[in-house]
Design a protein around this ligand. Structure first.
Ligand SMILES: Nc1ncnc2c1ncn2[C@@H]1O[C@H](COP(=O)(O)OP(=O)(O)OP(=O)(O)O)[C@@H](O)[C@H]1O
Length: 270
């Protein structure tokens, strides 16, 4: 299996050139009680490129990722300051439906978490509650398309009634990606999606990210610098709650401007 890496053409592209971003964060700080976990982060998330968040454990990568679809709302002590926009619309606008937001900005977690239901139902549930399919044929079509897009269809097409939890870890993670895709998201947030997977399953997810690039704005938190280098075109380096440096992945790894970035990518801490 070949794991995709950045192609020379992609390196030549000016990946930091600003088009209209899918998401814009401005001056975002996140607190847990009195403790500030994210300090004044501003970043644009495009659809064209995969954005990676890297940095040592506890630097706030997941906290910031979760703020992008208001998952921090589910943590009682968490408080978010600053502005986050999706297609120019403030995601904290009281008129905005947060369930709808989380369909538009889907999330894939560290540990695959399929529902204890059939493979089919795992995918069909979201489109059903969001009213995206009229009738069984339309639903079947969404299930097939989502599983195909997540690279899982061939493996499961004859066992759609089997439980999602009976799949291998890597298949479960692709099922979770298919589940996110099924509700037609615009952004997919991935929080260390491969950390529970073996190298082969990891390579398949990385290939999948490569295939999905451009269709969805993808943001991935990863502990693995090699993974960030393989799957992303833009990288943000976080340290102690601050976004220290943000640039093209090739610049961050080959020509970092900040001393702290240099120290991290050369393995001095992390
Ligand atoms: N639910 C929570 N309640 C209180 N503090 C939290 C909570 N979640 C995270 N934190 C704290 O916020 C800081 C940032 O954590 P976060 O998990 O966002 O970092 P991270 O960079 O994603 O770390 P890791 O790579 O280890 O997952 C840490 O100090 C962490 O202890």
């Amino acid at each position: 299996m070949v794991t995709q890496s950045i192609t020379p053409e992609e390196i030549d592209e000016d990946v930091m050139a600003t088009g209209t971003p899918k998401m814009e964060a401005r001056g975002v700080s996140v607190y847990y009680g009195d403790k500030k976990a994210i300090d004044d982060v501003s970043i644009d998330i495009p659809t064209e490129y995969v954005t990676a968040f890297i940095g040592p454990s506890g630097c706030g990568k997941s906290t910031f990722l979760r703020s992008l679809n208001r998952m921090n709302d589910t943590i009682p002590s968490a408080r978010v300051e600053g502005t986050i926009k999706l297609d120019g619309e403030d995601i904290h606008d009281p008129k905005l439906d947060v369930v709808q937001l989380r369909a538009r900005v889907g999330m894939v977690f560290q540990k695959p978490n399929p529902f204890p239901k059939s493979i089919y139902e795992n995918i069909a549930y979201g489109p059903k509650i969001h009213g995206l399919a009229e009738g069984k044929d339309a639903l079947d079509e969404i299930v097939e398309r989502s599983l195909k897009r997540a690279g899982l269809w061939e493996e499961v097409k004859d066992r759609l009634d089997d439980s999602g939890t009976a799949l291998s870890g890597g298949q479960q993670q692709r099922l979770c990606i298919a589940r996110a895709i099924a509700v037609d998201p615009e952004v997919i947030l991935m929080d260390e999606p491969c950390s529970a997977l073996d190298p082969i399953a990891t390579a398949r997810i990385e290939e999948l990210i490569h295939d999905l690039r451009g269709r969805y704005a993808i943001v991935i938190v990863t502990h693995s610098m090699q993974q960030a280098a393989r799957v992303s075109q833009r990288t943000a380096f976080f340290h102690l709650g601050k976004m220290v440096e943000f640039g093209s992945t090739s610049d961050i790894f080959t020509n970092p401007k900040e001393e702290r970035t240099k120290d991290y990518i050369t393995g001095r801490y992390g």
